[in-house]
Ligand binder design. Structure first.
Ligand SMILES: [Zn+2]
Ligand SMILES: [Zn+2]
Length: 319
């Protein structure tokens, strides 16, 4: 049994099978894709294990896979709470891999549930104690206060987030404003609807149509937008507008160059990660992404056997 890092992802070798987890390395027997964010997608695969939503959302982004397996006796998926269709993977009932994970319920997304395991491979994007995200209701109230103030003062409001995942959550949470949707996001929203998640109960206008109808010249609007500085700049050159960036990094200074930044994250914060680990109660923990060293050392202090994932790790004692 070996677990090691390769490119942006991880390889698990068991029973003479190389299983790749979210890596661009496609030269393995089997690939698992936890969700459809770009940094997790290989350009091709030999055989793929992934959720239906992940396969559909990946194809919209130009990643098409043909050899898909639906059942494998060694593998089991469950909700990871990060975006639509995102999954945790249990390998041989022993190893749990989280991909990107969020344990908080948000809008139409349910948080991930912990599962007892022997080895836990867990992301640590926000794995330092500084990251404690606010309660969702408080955050939404704060956003509503900012939105209303700016609309009242005649400014458009750009609600900005990653195109896949965050933008759909923003659409859902703020649907009470008659939203205008950036065209690329409108395409993804339509796909969510096909996948059974109706984000609004009205016909939201794509931005290009709203512009062609001069709607933005008439009244201040709320627009769901990608997290893009160039889009924001271009938009502000035409209209009086403010931007609100929605990301966990709003707690750092990385998003200080937006008018407002609020920590609405699709990842677990430090405390939620710790809680998840405790409930999984593993014998061995491997951390990946972000604060790998820091999070492993926090877990170590709590009495866990934890380290960041390395280029070659043998775990024969577990199998
Ligand atoms: Zn992701
Ligand atoms: Zn990711």
């Amino acid at each position: 049994m070996r677990i090691y890092k390769k490119y942006s992802g991880i390889i698990v070798r068991y029973d003479n099978i190389d299983l790749s987890l979210d890596t661009s390395d496609y030269d393995t027997d089997l690939s698992f894709i936890s969700h459809a964010h770009h940094d997790h997608l290989p350009i091709k695969v030999n055989r793929l294990y992934a959720s239906r939503e992940t396969i559909v959302l990946s194809s919209l982004r130009g990643f098409k896979y043909d050899t898909i397996i639906e059942i494998d006796k060694n593998l089991r998926m469950s909700n990871s709470g990060h975006i639509l269709g995102s999954k945790l993977l249990m390998i041989k009932d022993k190893i749990l891999y989280t991909g990107d994970i969020c344990t908080r319920d948000r809008g139409f997304l349910k948080g991930a549930e912990p599962i007892e395991c022997r080895v836990l491979i867990i992301e640590s994007t926000y794995g330092v104690s500084y990251f404690k995200f606010p309660n969702l209701n408080e955050l939404v109230n704060e956003a509503n206060r900012i939105i209303r103030k700016n609309l009242d003062e005649g400014r458009h409001v750009l609600l900005m987030g990653y195109e896949l995942g965050k933008a759909q959550l923003l659409t859902y949470i703020f649907k009470n404003y008659k939203l205008i949707i950036h065209d690329r996001i409108a395409n993804i929203n339509a796909l969510y609807k096909n996948l059974g998640v109706d984000l609004y109960d009205y016909e939201a206008l794509p931005l290009s149509i709203a512009e062609s109808k001069n709607i933005l010249k008439k009244e201040p609007q709320v627009i769901i937008s990608p997290m893009s500085k160039s889009f924001e700049k271009n938009f502000k050159s035409k209209y009086n507008a403010v931007s609100i960036a929605f990301t966990g990094w709003a707690m750092s200074n990385r998003f200080d160059n937006y008018d407002y930044a609020l920590p609405l994250s699709d990842h677990a914060d430090y405390y939620e990660l710790i809680d998840f680990v405790k409930k999984c109660n593993p014998d061995k923990i491997l951390t990946f992404h972000g604060f790998t060293k820091e999070f492993a050392s926090s877990l170590h202090e709590l009495g866990f056997d934890a380290s960041e994932i390395s280029n070659d790790l043998r775990l024969d004692e577990f199998f």
